[in-house]
Design a protein around this ligand. Structure first.
Ligand code: COA
Length: 379
């Protein structure tokens, strides 16, 4: 056998899936056959959760049952809240999320694989993510931890725990759409990490810890925060040209929120986030400043890189949208994680329940063949 390495596992297929289909050439993204644009236009995050976990869009009755089920699990135990509250205010938000899910994995609730109970457990974990992320935001903002006051939707309840003031309906709507946009994306590094971990039949909460650990890197979900921080660094639309020349063209730094392993055209999610940023920019001067910077930077970078198939990805504009909703610049990646929990769990369930085999690749040994052991005083 001639062993070959695919760097970065490019074009290596790890599983079959009925969850998410990406056409990277045409720029199409579908969840279980439904186009992302249609889901964002007509659907809600709860419908998408149902779609991903149970396989089809819910009837009204199924949706109500799901919502009632989730409402029972929006809150986390006071023990977990207290552990999170002890973490320093300036701790990394994704690191704090890893702590939270590690606590769940440590046995507070039993998340071990159990045929027939997995979907229920997944719904429970998706629901709990709401209080976990919202309270991490509160802790970092110096606010006391608090329980969720249950509102009509996941998005409304979430924003309500985060902010101590009423949230306009349009904001709830945009939050709901953002949750849909980040819910799944086939098998990027974080989902692959979750799959590797779940293939050992470890518990579901540990798979989320693995997903989070991979997500926070700047080449993956960390890019959402890094992209927004670029706009802060640029500061003003008049500085875009000089910033781009110095950082990207001269220093060869990677433009965050640009490029993708699968898309060789604009990521369809990026177009939707761009639209939301533009809408926010009409009402909020700060958002408008960031929107002007981002769209000029997108034009420059597209002119420079499109011949290499490098275009804006989902993380380019999402930070502006989250900022428009009132979140601090460190929040884009935790907000990405908030809804990606759904995709991670849907994929690990699909793998463990249907295709389970431990993921155990090989490495090609290229070191010295054989050496005699030399005692330490003779080396
Ligand atoms: C997403 C990403 C990691 C994909 O990586 P990949 O498929 O392994 O692609 P590579 O790193 O091999 O890049 C291929 C080429 O494009 C260039 N490139 C890729 N993304 C780039 C970017 N954002 N800015 C500048 N150049 C980029 C690389 O320098 C490389 O050029 P070369 O062939 O001249 O050496 C990469 O595009 C990236 O680092 N993007 C920025 C981070 C980001 O936005 N991540 C979120 C992804 S959703």
């Amino acid at each position: 056998m001639v062993a070959e390495i695919s760097k970065g596992l490019e074009d290596v297929f790890i599983k079959t899936t009925t969850l998410t289909n990406i056409d990277g050439i045409k720029g199409i993204l579908r969840y279980r056959g439904y186009d992302i644009n249609d889901l964002v236009e007509h659907g809600t995050y709860e419908e998408v959760i149902y779609l991903m976990i149970y396989g089809s869009l819910p009837t009204k009755e199924q949706l109500n049952t799901l919502k009632e089920k989730m409402k029972k699990h929006y809150n986390i135990s006071s023990d977990l809240l207290n552990i999170l509250a002890k973490l320093p205010k300036n701790a990394d938000a994704i690191g704090m999320l890893e702590v939270a899910f590690s606590v769940l994995a440590s046995g507070e609730v039993d998340y071990k694989w159990k045929p027939d109970a997995d979907k229920e457990k997944a719904i429970e974990l998706i629901a709990k993510s709401l209080s976990i992320v919202a309270n991490i935001y509160r802790i970092k903002e110096g606010l006391p931890v608090k329980n969720a006051v249950i509102k009509e939707s996941y998005a409304e309840t979430f924003l309500n725990v985060c902010f101590d003031k009423p949230v306009p309906k349009e904001f709830v709507n945009v939050m709901d759409k953002a949750l849909i946009l980040y819910a799944d994306h086939e098998v990027p590094a974080s989902t692959t990490a979750a799959l590797v971990v779940s293939s050992t039949l470890t518990d579901m909460a540990s798979s989320i810890v693995a997903g989070l650990a991979a997500l926070k890197g700047p080449l993956h979900g960390g890019a959402a925060e890094a992209a927004f921080k670029q706009f802060i660094d640029i500061g003003n639309v008049n500085n875009v040209d000089s910033w781009f020349n110095k950082h990207v063209l001269e220093n060869k730094e990677r433009l965050m929120g640009f490029g993708h392993r699968v898309y060789k055209t604009t990521d369809p999610r990026s177009k939707i986030f761009k639209r939301f940023s533009e809408t926010f920019s009409k009402y909020n001067k700060e958002v408008d400043r960031y929107y002007q910077i981002a769209s000029k930077l997108e034009n420059l970078a597209t002119n420079e890189f499109s011949h290499k198939g490098i275009f804006a990805n989902t993380d380019f504009y999402s930070g502006i949208v989250y900022y428009g909703l009132g979140f601090a610049p460190y929040m884009p990646t935790p907000l990405f994680a908030l809804s990606r929990v759904t995709g991670w769990l849907a994929h690990v369930m699909e793998y463990v329940e249907e295709q389970e085999r431990i993921i155990r690749p090989r490495a090609i040994y290229v070191g010295i063949d054989r050496r005699d052991y030399v005692p330490i005083d003779k080396r």
